[in-house]
Write a protein that binds this ligand. Structure first.
Ligand code: C5P
Ligand code: MG
Length: 302
């Protein structure tokens, strides 16, 4: 064990950064070893999108979520912008409030998403304007995203992006960053357009931050590409993201990584108690990339 630990710190030095917190380092090590022994063929990655694959902030300014990318005059009028911002100012603090439970937040999140989706539908958003809105936005994936997507593709590891954001916008963000690759699968809130390309509804069951478990059981469990891959690397920025792997039957090893972007001191303890690895104010993919590099390397496999 001692020897392994030494090996570990040499092979994944990124885990020694002071922004990396772990409740139980030995469990993390054992899980990573087990995943490395099983190899890339046994692995799947499940990741949240907003504030997990995308940055939280850049040059001191918040990076927009997929919903916020729609806040563009190409798509919505001033009144709608104002109302959406008011809703964000009301409900986002609730979403990240460390003093409320997920159960307490749940109905309020449904309220937020429902109100915003109704507003968006009233705006008769045009499908053919979405790409331009994404181009004009300051959407930004985390530093190192290219290495992340490329390695998963090279190693034929499926990546499930599981987002409570807007699927059509999410797809456009990854397309414009040239990483909408064949191993990428998406579960999200998709827009339903009428025959003339005007938004008329959102498809399927609403996904918000705290009902990903239901989405996992109804959608992810049926995804063929994920089957027969019992090891899961899960990435998220909300405690609600931890349920994204609930659709994986007969999993063997799960390693969870949580990006702690906001309300750091208030939420640190609960994040450490909930995720295996917590990354504090880290805008990069360096740690997930280092772990993936190790897991998918063939060296020392027994
Ligand atoms: O991809 P992810 O599941 O993280 O997307 C959900 C995020 O989008 C939430 O964390 C929430 O803060 C944000 N959101 C938003 N505007 C809304 C609804 C959700 O920015 N109207
Ligand atoms: Mg998120």
């Amino acid at each position: 064990m001692h020897c392994k630990t030494k090996l570990f710190s040499v092979q994944i030095p990124e885990l020694a950064k002071c922004s990396v917190l772990m409740r139980e380092r030995s469990r993390v090590e054992e899980t990573i070893y087990a995943m490395q022994r099983a190899g890339a063929g046994s692995l799947q990655v499940i990741s949240d999108f907003d504030m997990t694959l995308t940055r939280f902030a850049h040059n001191g300014k918040r990076v927009p979520t997929t919903h916020n990318i729609l806040d563009n005059q190409l798509l919505i009028d001033e009144d709608c912008t104002k109302k959406m911002r008011e809703l964000l100012n009301t409900y986002y603090p609730i979403e990240i409030d460390a003093s409320r439970t997920a159960e307490e937040k749940l109905p309020l999140m449904v309220e937020w998403w429902t109100k915003v989706h109704e507003l968006l539908i009233q705006q008769r958003i045009r499908k053919d304007m979405l790409a331009q809105a994404v181009r004009e936005s300051s959407a930004m994936l985390r530093d190192g995203y290219k290495v992340f997507f490329d390695r998963l593709t090279e190693q034929q590891v499926p990546l499930l992006i599981f987002s409570a954001g807007v699927g059509d916008v999410l797809e456009e963000v990854i397309r414009q960053n040239h990483v909408f690759l064949p191993n990428v699968h998406i579960i999200s809130n998709y827009m339903d357009f009428d025959q003339t390309g005007v938004l008329r509804a959102f498809k399927g069951q609403l996904i918000h931050t705290f009902n990903k478990r239901e989405g996992a059981l109804s959608h992810a469990a049926g995804l063929r590409a994920l089957q027969g891959r019992p090891n899961v690397l899960l990435l998220g920025d909300s405690l609600g993201d931890l349920t994204m792997a609930d659709g994986v039957s007969e999993h063997q090893n799960i390693l969870t990584i949580g990006f702690l972007n906001d309300q750091v001191e208030e939420r640190k303890e609960s994040y450490i108690n909930s995720f295996d690895i917590v990354l504090v104010k880290d805008e990069t993919m360096d740690v997930p990339n280092a772990i993936l590099r190790y897991i998918t390397s063939s060296r020392d496999r027994k």
